[in-house]
Design a protein around this ligand. Structure first.
Ligand code: GLA
Length: 432
């Protein structure tokens, strides 16, 4: 059976009319994914607790329930690469490695669903996954149906071993096949990442019609350089990304590595805050059985999670960048409120004291704002636009504050940003 471009084009023109509307990801999805922490460790003989097996996912699920992650909103427990058997079954269907997944995917799905969690699965648009397991090319419809039959809730669809020129046909085709199963399956794509790697432009309008979330930059690694690189890329492309994201479709800067080995406590504050500011998926890849209390507290910080899950789903704007100090602004509910974040990426010193007139940050409501520091929840007082706001930001750390207007006025058009699109978004979302 040959992959036929003409066949796909005809499917797209007749059936794929417009807009992924599967009702999912109205706020950014939250969950856990195995890759960054557990990679492709298939050695269950001598490393039983850490290999890619059903036990690992069941352990994480138990921990998510017991420690309050599920109740905080982390609901998807997701397989990444290396869950598959080396070959398809006699009918061409995918199958999990029988030794490492003795209950099969259906058993694992039942385990998750009975605990109020969801199961995510991983496949690849190409002939093989990145780690070399069977890919979906030539089998997409069958695989979509298999995932639906298994009652899977999310598909992460990778793009190794395919031609990125085909992504614009392959990802919409898979999206269509998933929709045709009738089961709501959140579609997490890596389409723009593979275009980026080949320096091809990405059409985010089409991507947003096809996917619920999409990776568009290099894999995150457990390192500060990786986190800084992602923040820079999202800052440098801020206007384009902001214009193409919102409820139903979010940019995915990749997994949260809080609780792993590479980030200091302050750097962990930075990752959690910036991902929340972008309304990014919060998908942890760590070992919840063994995590320091300060990492856990950040992952469960209600005020940060509320910023990420804000119903308007607006990606923050980077409103200024001076050398290694930057300021980000995100409109949130209640109406007229903002979260603002100073991020200081300096490797020495004691940080810097900051004094900014509030209207210089873009907070211009004449009646003023109640301002609260977000991570610790410290109330700071009432500020008018002409008042000077003072704070201190430490090296490789963030200062995060939320400003709620006293009057409940609309977001003002200011020198630094134009939020006029928000009124329509609020109406569309029935928030007004
Ligand atoms: C790619 C993806 C990663 C991960 C690996 C698995 O690199 O970008 O997120 O899924 O493949 O092999």
């Amino acid at each position: 059976m040959l992959w036929s471009l003409a066949a796909i084009l005809s499917i797209l023109s007749t059936e794929f009319v417009c807009c992924l509307d599967n009702g999912l990801a109205r706020t950014p999805p939250m969950g856990w994914l195995s890759w960054t922490r557990f990679t492709c460790n298939t050695n269950c003989v001598t490393d039983m607790d850490n290999c890619i097996s059903e036990k690992l996912f069941m352990d994480m699920a138990d921990q998510m329930v017991a420690d309050g992650y599920r109740d905080a909103g982390y609901e998807y427990v997701s397989l990444d690469d290396c869950w598959l058997a080396e070959i398809r079954d006699k009918d061409g269907r995918l199958q999990a490695d029988p030794l490492r997944f003795p209950s099969g995917i259906t058993g694992l799905v039942k385990y998750m669903h009975s605990r109020g969690l969801k199961l995510g699965i991983y496949e690849d648009f190409g002939t093989r996954t990145c780690a070399g397991y069977p890919g979906s090319e030539f089998y997409m419809q069958l695989d979509a149906q298999t995932f639906a039959d298994w009652e899977v809730d999310l598909l992460k669809f990778d793009g190794c071993n395919s031609n990125p020129q085909d992504d614009k046909f392959g990802y919409p085709a898979m999206s269509l096949y998933l929709n045709k199963t009738g089961r709501p399956i959140l579609f997490s794509c890596e389409w723009p990442l593979y275009e980026y790697q080949k320096q091809m432009p990405s059409n985010y309008t089409n991507i947003a019609k096809t996917c619920n979330v999409w990776r568009n930059f290099w894999d995150v690694s457990d390192s500060w350089d990786s986190i800084k690189g992602i923040i820079k890329y999202y800052g440098d492309n801020n206007a384009l990304f902001q214009a193409n994201s919102g409820p139903g479709g979010f940019f995915d800067p990749d997994m949260i590595v809080l609780g792993d080995f590479g980030l200091s406590y302050y750097q962990q504050r930075v990752q959690m805050t910036m991902w929340a500011m972008w309304s990014a998926p919060l998908v942890m890849s760590n070992d919840l059985r063994n995590i320091r209390p300060e990492s856990k507290a950040l992952l469960l910080n209600k005020r940060l999670l509320e910023i990420d899950q804000d119903p308007m789903g607006v990606m923050a704007s980077r409103i200024w960048l001076f050398s290694n100090l930057e300021l980000w602004l995100k409109p949130v509910m209640p109406k007229g409120s903002f979260v603002f974040v100073y991020f200081y990426s300096q490797d020495n010193g004691n940080g810097i004291p900051l004094s900014t007139p509030l209207d210089g940050i873009g907070l211009t409501d004449p009646n003023g704002y109640n301002i609260t520091e977000v991570i610790d929840g410290q109330y700071m007082g009432i500020y008018k636009p002409s008042d000077t706001f003072k704070c201190h930001v430490y090296p490789n750390d963030v200062f995060v504050a939320k400003a709620v207007p006293l009057s409940g006025a609309f977001w003002a058009r200011s020198k630094v940003s134009d939020w006029s699109f928000l009124e329509k978004r609020m109406k569309d979302l029935k928030l007004l």
